[in-house]
Design a protein around this ligand. Sequence first.
Ligand code: 5GP
Ligand code: ZN
Length: 142
Amino acid sequence: MSDCIFCKIIAGEIPSYKVYEDDLVYAFLDISQTTPGHTLLVPKKHVADLFEYDTQLASDVFTRLPKIARAVRDSNPAIKGLNVINNNGAVAYQSVFHSHIHLIPRYTKNDDFSIHFVDNSGDYNEVKYTAIQESIVAHLGD
Ligand code: 5GP
Ligand code: ZN
């Protein structure tokens, strides 16, 4: 896609700190190192988000994820864990609309990445949960 910044990075038109490349995927340092080693894994095929993946593209990307995750972890003995984040849609904080997986090394619980889940388990309601479950199942398709 001609006006896509990640397509330009993949094509070498914009420089990047590449850490992995093969025929199908490209991985490089995020320009904003939320924590040192913050890496983006992208399919070379331009798709906007996860909703556009078919099973082949999912296989292409996600089968490579553990190898890159291990390399990021092993790059620095201070890395104690790693968050994998994939934002889909502006409401979910996606800002570049070429699908990408964030690999964010974790050094301590108080490093520069945080994630906040509100504990709504007290709102458990069997009828409500069953309706949500049934609606998701009805939309699985093939
Ligand atoms: P999103 O918010 O869409 O999930 O993540 C997009 C990421 O792309 C951000 O973390 C941002 O720092 C990174 N990014 C944006 N432009 C560039 C760029 O030109 N080069 C690199 N390496 N990363 C970029
Ligand atoms: Zn693109």
